[in-house]
Design a protein around this ligand. Structure first.
Ligand code: DP6
Length: 330
């Protein structure tokens, strides 16, 4: 009744931003991501048997060496309840999860976290879910987690079914298809002010640009898929930068505005634009935080890293490369 799994984070090249159903965590649009490593989350789960009394929370959850409390613990316990609902004889769980990267670094820790938890918790429970079912379950923990179960380039489907059974992610190209590099330019220390869930919900509820955003995403998905298939760097750069800027534009127009950028965020965006104009393959993308992820080619990574380090306000640069599938480990 125990298992350990690892999963890598992913970065969306076409962003997920907005839900069509908050309870089932159904995305308003599809999305497309690249899974990266070597950073990873490692999660151990052990179940007791005998069921649990409704309304009690006997799960023991440790996160990066400390007992998890508050919102983080509640989110994990709720996810464990979903696994228990499939197998009522399961009792309380012990969960021990560790990231080998700073949780506050904006590296989509909830994506790798819920992917590893979904795999470890179901496998420890003896539920051998098909990849599609496992992705649907991981999505309930965090939308982006559905994508971290697979390595390489991954497409998340919006789905049409009200129960979310067709809102899942699948690999479209393997990690070896295109061995890109990424440099994460950290522009602050500490946790972000507005979580992605809160930021996207406020955008859905109040931004006049949200509908425009959802209408355009299907075109971005097609363009990104074609560009990745052809390994056309310029074309991926164009669609990924546009997707990130359009996502942030919709958030900026929310009430009150959701502003994730810091001065150094913009400085990095300008630097990357200049580098690309001068012939260096590099493009930026930004999630729900102030850090900038710069995607580049292996032979340009050194140059891009040193240019990023020279920017005032960039506190660190973390290099990354392709990441593989989530997997069970011993
Ligand atoms: C900006 O997957 O963290 O990183 O489903 O509410 O947990 P929840 O949201 P989450 O949102 C990710 C938003 C994003 C874009 C992306 O990864 O596609």
């Amino acid at each position: 009744m125990k298992a350990t799994a690892i999963a890598h984070p992913n970065i969306a090249l076409v962003k997920y931003w907005g839900k069509r159903d908050a309870e089932l965590n159904l995305p308003a649009t599809g999305s497309l991501s690249w899974t990266f490593g070597p950073m990873r989350t490692r999660t151990f789960v052990e179940w007791t048997s005998g069921g649990v009394d409704a309304g009690t929370s006997a799960d023991r959850i440790r996160f990066d060496g400390e007992v998890a409390t508050g919102r983080d613990a509640a989110r994990i316990a709720r996810f464990l309840d979903m696994v228990r609902s499939r197998r009522p004889e399961l009792g309380a769980a012990t969960v021990v999860t560790d990231n080998d990267f700073p949780t506050a670094a904006g590296l989509a820790s909830s994506a790798a976290g819920f992917a590893a938890l979904a795999l470890a918790a179901t496998s420890a429970a003896g539920l051998n879910l098909e990849p599609h079912e496992l992705s649907v379950l991981a999505r309930r923990g965090s939308g982006s987690a559905a994508r971290s179960l697979s390595g390489g380039f991954v497409r998340m489907h919006r789905g049409e079914n009200p129960d979310g059974s067709d809102a899942y992610a699948e690999q479209i190209f393997g990690a070896d298809h295109w061995p890109l590099r990424m440099l994460v330019a950290l522009t602050t220390t500490g946790r972000k002010a507005v979580s992605s869930t809160v930021g996207m919900n406020r955008t859905v509820d109040t931004s006049p640009y949200f509908d425009a955003w959802t209408r355009e995403v299907p075109l971005q998905l097609e363009a990104a898929t074609r560009a990745i298939e052809a390994r056309d760097f310029e074309a991926v750069a164009a669609v990924a930068e546009h997707s990130a800027c359009a996502m942030h534009a919709s958030a900026l127009a929310a009430r009150p505005a959701v502003i994730y950028w810091k001065p150094a965020t913009l400085a990095v965006m300008h630097l990357v634009t200049e580098l690309r104009a001068a012939g260096t393959p590099a493009f930026f993308t930004i999630d729900a935080g102030p850090h900038v992820k710069v995607i580049t080619a292996p032979d340009a990574a050194e140059l891009v890293e040193s240019a990023l380090r020279d920017i005032d306000g960039v506190v660190d640069v973390i290099p990354a490369g392709p990441g593989g599938d989530a997997q069970l480990v011993t």
